[in-house]
Design a protein around this ligand. Structure first.
Ligand code: NAD
Length: 430
C-alpha cells in the first residue's frame, strides 16, 4: 500500500512560545494590579538547565543529544511537568511549557509547581534500547533536581509510560529505595494510576461538556474537528464519539481526513494501531483526505480541538476558522494575534491551562496514591478528576463574568492569584 505519510514538520512558528506565554501573563497581571516585585518572583523560570547527553547507539557509535530542564516555580509544591522527546524542541518552548505548568497546576488548584524537560531526538528513528539509554542518561544526569518533593516529571510528546518506568527505575537504583512518586504516567504495574492514559482527553471532554451546558446545548450530534490524533486527540475523539458527538475531521502528521457524516473513530483507532498513524485512512472510503492538513482548521464544525503542538492557529490561517467552541487540547495552540481575532468573532475558547489540565490532575492523583501506597479503583480516580475539572471550569467562568474578560484571562487571574498568594505567604528566604 502506498504511504501518504508526510515528513515530520512543525506547526507554524510565528511567535516565540515564551513570548506568547508572557503576553498572556502581562495582560492578566494588570487585572490583579501586581507589583513589579510580585511579578519578578513568579513570571520567569527559577532554573534553566541546558545539557549534552552522550549516549551509545546500537552500532557502537556515541551520539550526543541536547537536553533541557526548566523549573519555573515551586512556590505551591514540587515542580510538575512532562518530558518531551522531539527532534526540534527549543529552549524557548521548554520555558513556555514550564511556565504553563505552573499556572495549569494553580488553575485546577493542585499543590504543585511547574517544570518541563526535553531531549532533542526523534523516538521513531531509534531502537527501544537506544531510547532506554537516552532516557536513563537524561534522568541520571539530572538526578539531584528530580525527586518526589522536588520535581516530578510525566510523559509529553514523544515519551510514554515505558520511559516513565525507566526514569523511576533509574532514580530508585540511585537512591537504593523504591520511589515511584518521583514520576507519574507510569505503567499500572509499577505504581501508575488507573485512568492516567486517558486523563488529558477526559479533562478536555469535561470542559467541552461544561461549555456546551453553559451555552445551552449538549454534546449529542455536535460536530467536532480534532487536530492531532496522539494521546490527547485520540482519547478526546473516542470519548466524544462514545457520547454521541459527530467527529467530522481528524488529522495527524500524515494529513487531515474528513467525513461530513462523521468518522468511525473505532476504525480510525484501529488503523493507527496497525499503521502507527492515519496515513491511508481515506482508502476504503472511511473519510476524504484533505489537500492540505491545515484545512482541518477551516472545516464547518461546532467544536474545534487543536491537540497537536503549539502555534497551530495563527494570524495567517485564523480567518477561516468557523467553530463556535475551541477547546485547546494542546499547549499554546493559538498565537496571541489569532486569539484576538477569535475573541472578536465571539468564539468560546477554553484555554489550554484549564482545558488540558486533566493529565496533570491525574498525575497528581497518581503521586498521592504512590505516597499512600494505596491504589484507587477506576471510578474513584474518574470521580476525583471530574470534581476537580468541574470546580475549576466553574471558578474560571465566574471570574470571566466578574471581570468581563475572556476565559483565558480568567484562568490566568485565578492561577496567578494563587501563585502570588503562595509567594507572599512564604516570603523570601535570605
Ligand atoms: P502525541 O505525541 O501523543 O500526539 C501528537 C499528535 O499530533 C500526533 O498524532 C501527531 O501525528 C500530531 N501532529 C504532529 N504534528 C502535526 C501537524 N503538523 N498537523 C497535525 N497533526 C500533527 O502528543 P500528546 O501527548 O497527544 O500531546 C499533544 C499536545 O497536548 C501537546 O501540545 C502536549 O504538550 C499537550 N498535552 C499533552 C498532555 C498529555 O497528557 N499527553 C497533557 C497536557 C497537554
Amino acid at each position: 500500500m502506498a504511504s501518504n505519510a508526510a515528513k515530520p514538520k512543525r506547526l507554524y512558528q510565528t511567535i516565540s512560545s515564551v513570548e506568547n506565554a508572557y503576553q498572556q501573563f502581562d495582560r492578566a497581571a494588570k487585572f490583579l494590579d501586581l507589583t513589579p516585585n510580585q511579578i519578578a518572583v513568579i513570571k520567569a523560570p527559577r532554573r534553566v538547565v541546558d545539557l549534552q547527553l552522550p549516549v551509545r547507539m546500537d552500532n557502537g557509535d556515541i551520539r550526543v543529544f541536547q537536553g533541557y530542564l526548566v523549573q519555573h516555580n515551586i512556590g505551591r509544591g514540587p515542580a510538575k511537568g512532562g518530558i518531551r522527546f522531539h527532534p526540534q524542541v527549543s529552549l524557548d518552548e521548554v520555558k513556555a511549557l514550564a511556565f504553563w505548568m505552573t499556572y495549569k497546576c494553580a488553575v485546577v488548584n493542585i499543590p504543585m509547581g511547574g517544570a518541563k524537560g526535553a531531549v532533542l531526538c526523534d523516538p521513531k528513528q531509534h531502537t527501544t534500547g537506544e531510547i532506554e539509554r537516552i532516557s536513563r542518561r537524561y534522568f541520571s544526569d539530572l538526578i539531584e533536581l528530580f525527586g518526589p518533593d522536588r520535581n516530578v516529571p510525566a510523559p509529553d510528546v514523544g515519551t510514554n509510560p515505558q520511559i516513565m518506568a525507566w526514569f523511576m527505575d533509574t532514580y530508585s537504583m540511585h537512591k537504593r529505595d523504591f520511589l515511584p512518586a518521583v514520576v507519574t504516567g507510569k505503567p499500572l504495574e509499577v505504581g501508575g494510576s488507573k485512568a492516567r492514559l486517558q486523563s488529558t482527553g477526559a479533562g478536555v471532554v469535561h470542559c467541552v461538556r461544561s461549555a456546551l451546558q453553559h451555552l445551552g446545548t449538549n454534546v449529542n450530534g455536535c460536530r467536532v474537528a480534532i487536530q492531532g490524533f496522539g494521546n490527547v486527540g485520540s482519547n478526546v475523539a473516542k470519548l466524544l464519539w462514545d457520547q454521541g458527538a459527530k467527529i467530522v475531521a481528524v488529522s495527524d502528521i500524515s494529513g487531515a481526513y474528513s467525513n461530513k457524516k462523521g468518522i468511525d473513530i473505532s476504525a480510525a483507532l484501529e488503523h493507527v494501531q496497525r499503521h502507527r498513524d492515519l496515513s491511508g485512512f481515506e482508502q476504503g472510503g472511511a473519510a476524504d483526505k484533505l489537500e492540505d492538513a491545515e484545512q482541518l482548521l477551516h472545516v464547518d464544525t461546532d467544536i474545534l480541538i487543536p491537540a497537536a503542538l503549539e502555534n497551530a492557529i495563527t494570524a495567517q490561517n485564523v480567518s477561516g476558522v468557523k467553530a463556535r467552541i475551541i477547546a485547546e487540547g494542546a499547549n499554546g495552540p493559538i498565537t496571541p494575534d489569532a486569539d484576538q481575532v477569535l475573541q472578536e468573532k465571539g468564539a468560546f475558547i477554553i484555554p489550554d491551562i484549564l482545558c488540558n489540565a486533566g493529565g496533570v490532575t491525574v498525575s497528581y492523583l497518581e503521586w498521592v496514591q504512590n505516597r499512600m501506597g494505596y491504589y484507587w479503583q477506576l471510578e474513584r480516580v474518574q470521580a476525583e478528576l471530574s470534581t476537580i475539572m468541574h470546580a475549576a471550569f466553574k471558578s474560571v467562568l465566574e471570574t470571566a463574568e466578574r471581570h468581563d474578560c475572556s476565559l483565558r484571562m480568567a484562568a490566568y487571574i485565578c492561577a496567578i492569584r494563587r501563585v502570588t498568594q503562595a509567594a507572599e505567604l512564604r516570603g523570601l528566604y535570605a
